[in-house]
Structure formats: structure tokens, C-alpha cells
Design a protein around this ligand. Structure first.
Ligand code: UD1
Length: 428
């Protein structure tokens, strides 16, 4: 089993480039299956989630070939084959094949999805949307089935919460439905807009006339295209927080700074120097930052996907900060592990109260979800002594070559393999 060995307190210097956004690529793989023509995605990160999504695509007859940062997708032979538990449990976006399958074939059957363990994560909003469009839904032995034998019809759909996944699934289904669909209280995340941009290139008519509504005019068919995936604001934000916590001076390139406004604002408020370029952000930190309060919200609020990482940063600042999670009900897998490294954090409901400490100390810790893993890497980079981070399978879902990239900035981090027996003993 792989683990990271990190010797902390090495400031970070240099330049690091952001890759394409995981949360855009995954729905875009599903979207490519709306057409029988090839779709090429470029700027695609080589992540385990991308490979797992590609495997589901192939299981259902589609083509998904990765080659040097590009994904060639072909839905010509894609079918509505049942997606079994073994595939669906690997990632939550497995359920994003539901919309395209239902729209193209009038039928889908998918095992209830898995994904990071950060709350109950229901799919009721996706299903309510499909029902409004005329589908009949049925649950059977851990599977969800939907039927729309005469095709889907456009509808007016109000989401009780601006769910990213539900907005994307309904938007994809609506592209091949009869007539007009309006999604009110939709998610506005940049990745949702990137998916809409891809769909438009495929011949769909998708408009966001105001910020809380999406309008889709259904088409009889879509076509192939080429699309460059937008940069990963969460990856960029993770590097920003790593530099802020560890100290140093790093330019993060290949990113549009406006995507990072919440994180730039919070870091500036805490005393970290941030300079924005056209396609880059520079972070300068002398490790003298002070605490701030943060509340996660749907976009354009502070992203929940950076909540764990900013908690790690605030563990190293002076004063008391409060981080409130409003998007997921239990996204605090990182707290116990950061406390093992000496962080002073207590949980009160959905808020983490963080008493900043002078320095964290190295320890053996385990990543229990993707962003919790990123938070532990940040903690380890600035901790005194050596940290071992296990559970890298979670980190690999969203960060490609993380240790190599941080090493180039001066971090003392290596990916190691432990003989399986000793890891078993350690984790027991
Ligand atoms: C996506 C992102 C994830 C991010 C999250 C919120 C991808 C691949 N993943 O996940 O990284 O953390 O958005 O920005 O893009 N909910 C319901 N019913 C539903 C759907 C969602 O109650 O049918 C709830 C969820 O339990 C959660 C909240 O809505 O509390 C937000 O979930 P959602 O926006 O759907 O997140 P995902 O699309 O799963």
C-alpha cells in the first residue's frame, strides 16, 4: 500500500501549473455519450476518477481512450447497459450516465452511486427532475431504474438545493428531450458552465439567461466536437493554501484568477500576500498569517471542496477561526487526523472551531476522503518532523502526481510502498 513520507517545514518556491478540472471532465465524459459522433476532450488530468468513469463508459459500449492529456470519446455503440454496483460504487459521478442514457434510450438502470464519504449524498433531486420530464422511477435491490418509453419532455424544474450533479444530469437529459426545459435554482459552479459550453459545441441549445436559471431547448440529435476542459480551481486553491501554510513564494499558472476569488479574499484577509496575473496567481507567505472565519456555500461562495484544506491552514495561524460547512452535513473526516498532528480543533455541529497553534507535528495519519487527504498533505508540509500519510487512493482521485509537483517546489515528500503486512498492523 502506497503512502507519502513528508518531512515538513520546507518553504515552497517556484511555479506550478494547474491541470484540467476533475469536476468538469467527469460529467463531460457522460455528456459525450449523448451523441453517436466522436467527442475529444483536451486538458484532461490523468486521475483515477477519470479512469473509473472511462471504464463505465466502455462497459456500456462507449469508447474512452486517454492519450497524453486528451480523451477520445465515442458514443456510437454506447447502450443503456445496467451499471453494476462494482462500477457505480467507485465514484458518485457514475450516476451522471443516467441523464444521457435516459435521454437517448428511454431507459436506464444504475446501482445507487458511491463516492467520497462526506454525508448521505442522496440523488432525489436528479430523480425528481427526470420524473418532471415524464420518466417513471423504480428502486430495486440497490438499483435505480427509470423509464420514458416515448422519450423525455421538456419541463420546468425547481431544485430544492442548487445541486451540481442534479443540475448536470437534468441539463444533459434535457438536451435530447422534446421541447423546452427550465431549471430554477440551478448550480452555477464554473464546471457546470463548462459542461454547458461543451453541450453547446455539440449542437445543444443551453442558455443561462440569469444566474439562477438554465434554459435548454431540446434537439433531436447532437454532434461531435473538440473541447478544452477548464482549469481546476480546487487543485489551484489547494496549492495556494499549501504555500500559505508552509511559507514561501509560488506562482500558480494555467488558472483564471476570477475562479479563485473566495480563496484569494480569505487568504488576503488572513494577511497572506496574493497577486493576480492574467492566467496566474502568486502567493507569498511568511507564515505569520492570522485566523479568519469561513463558511462554505454553493458557487460563488467559498467551495466546500477547499474546506478541509483551509482548516489545515488555519490550524497553523494565530488566533481562533471558525469554519462552517453548509453544503455537506458531515464533511469533517480530516479533523481527527489533523488533531493527531497537534491541531487544536473542536467540532460544534457543522462548525469547526480552530485554535491556531505555533506548529503541527509529524504523525502517521490516514486520508479518509479526497479533500481530507489534501488537508493532511498541507498539514504535513508545514509540520515539524516526519509525517506518513496513508489512504492515497483517495488523494489519487483528484490530484495527479501530487508528490512530484510539490517536490519540484522544494517540499521533502516521497511516495513510498510499505510491505502489506506492516501496513495491516499499522491500520488495525
Ligand atoms: C459536486 C462535486 C463535489 C462538490 C459538490 C458541491 C463533482 C464531480 N463533484 O458533487 O466535488 O463537493 O458538487 O460543490 O462535480 N443533494 C441532495 N439531493 C440530491 C443531490 C444533492 O440532497 O439529489 C445534496 C447533497 O447531499 C449535498 C448537497 O446537495 O448536501 C450538494 O451536493 P451536490 O451539489 O449534488 O454535489 P455533487 O454533485 O455530488
Amino acid at each position: 500500500m502506497d503512502f507519502y513520507r513528508v518531512k515538513g517545514e520546507k518553504p515552497l518556491y517556484g511555479t506550478i501549473k494547474t491541470e484540467g478540472a476533475k469536476n468538469a471532465v467527469l460529467p463531460e465524459i457522460a455528456a459525450a455519450m449523448l451523441t453517436e459522433e466522436p467527442v475529444k476532450l483536451i486538458n484532461v488530468p490523468y486521475l483515477s476518477d477519470v479512469r473509473n468513469m472511462g471504464a463505465i463508459c466502455r462497459l456500456a459500449g462507449g469508447l474512452c481512450d486517454y492519450n497524453k492529456g486528451s480523451l477520445l470519446l465515442d458514443g456510437q455503440y454506447f447502450t443503456n447497459k445496467t451499471i453494476p454496483y462494482e462500477s457505480a460504487c467507485k465514484l458518485r459521478t457514475s450516476f451522471l450516465f443516467a441523464g444521457p442514457m435516459l435521454a437517448r434510450f428511454g431507459k436506464m438502470k444504475i446501482s445507487l452511486p458511491g463516492g467520497c464519504n462526506i454525508g448521505t449524498r442522496p440523488i432525489d433531486l436528479h430523480l425528481k427532475g427526470f420524473e418532471k420530464m415524464g420518466a417513471c422511477i423504480n428502486f430495486d435491490s440497490g438499483f435505480v431504474e427509470a423509464y420514458a418509453p416515448s422519450g423525455l419532455n421538456g419541463a420546468e424544474i425547481y431544485l430544492d438545493f442548487p445541486s451540481v450533479g442534479a443540475t448536470e444530469n437534468i441539463m444533459m437529459a434535457a438536451c435530447l428531450a422534446k421541447g423546452r426545459t427550465l431549471i430554477f435554482n440551478c448550480a452555477q459552479e464554473p464546471e457546470v458552465r463548462d459542461l454547458a459550453a461543451l453541450l453547446c459545441k455539440m449542437g445543444a441549445v443551453v442558455k443561462m439567461p440569469d444566474s439562477e436559471c438554465i434554459l435548454i431547448e431540446g434537439q433531436s440529435e447532437l454532434k461531435g466536437t473538440v473541447h478544452s476542459v477548464l482549469p481546476d480551481r480546487i487543485e489551484a486553491g489547494t496549492y495556494m493554501l499549501a504555500v500559505a501554510a508552509t511559507g514561501g513564494n509560488v506562482e500558480i499558472t494555467g488558472i483564471e484568477p476570477f475562479l479563485l476569488q473566495p480563496i484569494c479574499a480569505k487568504l488576503r484577509e488572513s494577511g497572506v500576500k496574493i497577486s493576480e496575473g492574467i492566467n496566474s496567481v502568486k502567493v507569498e507567505s511568511d507564515r505569520k498569517a492570522h485566523s479568519v472565519d469561513v463558511k462554505t456555500l454553493p458557487y460563488p461562495g467559498f467551495p466546500t471542496d477547499l474546506q478541509a484544506q483551509i482548516t489545515a491552514f488555519l490550524s497553523t495561524t494565530t488566533g481562533t477561526g471558525v469554519v462552517t460547512e453548509t453544503v455537506f452535513e458531515s464533511r469533517f473526516n480530516h479533523i481527527g487526523e489533523l488533531c493527531r498532528m497537534g491541531a487544536g480543533i473542536r467540532l460544534e455541529g457543522r462548525s469547526a472551531i480552530i485554535e491556531g497553534c505555533n506548529h503541527l507535528t509529524g504523525a502517521s495519519v490516514t486520508a479518509k476522503d479526497l479533500r481530507a487527504g489534501a488537508a493532511l498533505v498541507i498539514g504535513a508540509l508545514c509540520a515539524r518532523g516526519e509525517t506518513k500519510i496513508f489512504g492515497l487512493n483517495h488523494i489519487d482521485r483528484g490530484y495527479h502526481n501530487l508528490s512530484e509537483k510539490l517536490e519540484k517546489l522544494g517540499a521533502d515528500i516521497e511516495r513510498c510502498q510499505e510491505p502489506s503486512e506492516s501496513v495491516g498492523t499499522l491500520l488495525c
